[in-house]
Design a protein around this ligand. Sequence first.
Ligand SMILES: Cc1cc2nc3c(=O)[nH]c(=O)nc-3n(C[C@H](O)[C@H](O)[C@H](O)COP(=O)(O)OP(=O)(O)OC[C@H]3O[C@@H](n4cnc5c(N)ncnc54)[C@H](O)[C@@H]3O)c2cc1C
Length: 552
Amino acid sequence: MAKPAILTVDDEPAVSQAIARDLRRHYGAQYQIVRAASGSEALTVLTEFALRDRPIALIVSDQRMPAMTGVELLERSRRHAPEAKLVLLTAYADTDVAIKAINDIGLDYYLLKPWDPPEERLYPVLDDLLGDWQEAHVDDTGGVRVVGHRWSERSHELKTFLARNHVPYRWLDLERDDEARRLQDLARAATTDLPLVLVPDGETLRAPSTLQVASALGLRTRAEQPLYDLCIVGAGPAGLAAAVYGASEGLRTVVVEREAPGGQAGQSAAIENYLGFPRGLSGAELTHRAVAQARRFGAEMVLARDVVGFEPRGPVRVLRFHDGSEIEARAVLIATGVSYRVLEALGVEDFAGRGVFYGASAGDAQACAGEDVYVVGAANSAGQAALNLARFAQRVVLLVRSDALEKSMSRYLVERIVAADNIEVRLQSEVVAGRGEDHLEAITVADRGGDTKEEVATNWLFVFIGASPRTDWLGYDVARDEKGFVITGPDLLTHKDGPRWPLTRAPFALETSVPGVFAAGDVRLDSMKRVASSVGEGAMSVYLVHRYLATI
Ligand SMILES: Cc1cc2nc3c(=O)[nH]c(=O)nc-3n(C[C@H](O)[C@H](O)[C@H](O)COP(=O)(O)OP(=O)(O)OC[C@H]3O[C@@H](n4cnc5c(N)ncnc54)[C@H](O)[C@@H]3O)c2cc1C
């Protein structure tokens, strides 16, 4: 396969040569470096590449060029290379133009000239951008293959697991793909063997559990050490932040995650309010970076394992898995976040994973290209999902129970939803039923005001109707409120059933009713339920773990 390309555009020969030289030195082995001396020449190159189906990974353009500015070129290049990362080279005086371009044309980054030394001012930025591009464009020949039925809940679960763990895979649909049927025949697979997961150089997995797939792929599914300083349950933003700080500050740290790192944030198409990312970043990007960072500091990551029991055993805190195996640690952080509430409507529960989805991943959005999609919910998560799905779907209908979207959704999202041509908002409406054969085919939408009901045909219903913590596994020892949120710090002393704190010292801020067990992020009572606050609490919990360990 031809290498993907990096295109540089500059009318000044000296600058053009210098940037091409620096790019070739660092990226020449993996990318073809192509130069253009003007905006129009660049558009010709982009057209040729598009016609030959050759990918452009990155376009780096100078802003000041005579006939067409860099911003104008980058905006026009979207038509030819919609997936390419866009970087503007600017002088200091053009900073305002560059910042505006982040909003207006989706500029990924602006670099001030000169970029010397490139090791500090050029490569780190481009490494990040190209890393993200590569992840979204993994060569889809080779690698893992999943063979199954389009409307199988288990196929959907496995694909989600692979995608969220950044494992490149190829989906082969038995209804649409000859290759899928050929592989099913070759494997002599019965219906009960589906989905098949074919791992290169590995055995053919038949209707495997997530744990079996994780093990076959070499993902770590067991803890290595007999005792840790800190065991973190849940690898969402709170858990990952704690892993980075814990491991970097010398604690033997293990993180246990039942699905995939990233938690709810991992499902977000664009997190726009996280400090330091003015253009926003996807949950997948944030997760990818956080996992790399935690691993670099030496945190152990145990995946596809659900913690189902907890027990304080003397000074040791014990976490238990389904198969009876355990992890022991001197301190524990509960960072298990919240899970979506289930939509209660006649027949809808029958189609979970077969047309009814809780949350939406990037892959889900592409799967509904050209179709009519319904989204239920009125909070930011529903708004983000509607915008993301609208990139592919023919039409997205957002069903909202209240009479105004502004009541529950941030203004920046409401404005974009209203401006989108293919998103329709239906206020005061709710889903009351779902129907279909082997997958969802229609839903009934009721108007809350006028008692009217309408059945509409759709294969896609995405549900975002709030979430609650699943903390039953903590047992009685760890105090929670009636909804299951974990009570921490001073709140333990004013608990309505009397104080739930056993020691004479006061509990630390994020400490639960069991000394040495902390809670951070969405699972904690009265937390802010945002990425930044979860990251902050995760980081802070490590400081408190150190203080706790000093007391025992
Ligand atoms: C679609 C969507 C978009 C969002 N967009 C934004 C946004 O733009 N900006 C913003 O600030 N916030 C946003 N949020 C909210 C934000 O994602 C959450 O506040 C944040 O992820 C909470 O982090 P957390 O680590 O506390 O929990 P979570 O992200 O919920 O992570 C908890 C993790 O624990 C794991 N887990 C749970 N129980 C167990 C168990 N027993 N054993 C092992 N593992 C377990 C789960 O699988 C999960 O991975 C969004 C949320 C959603 C759903």
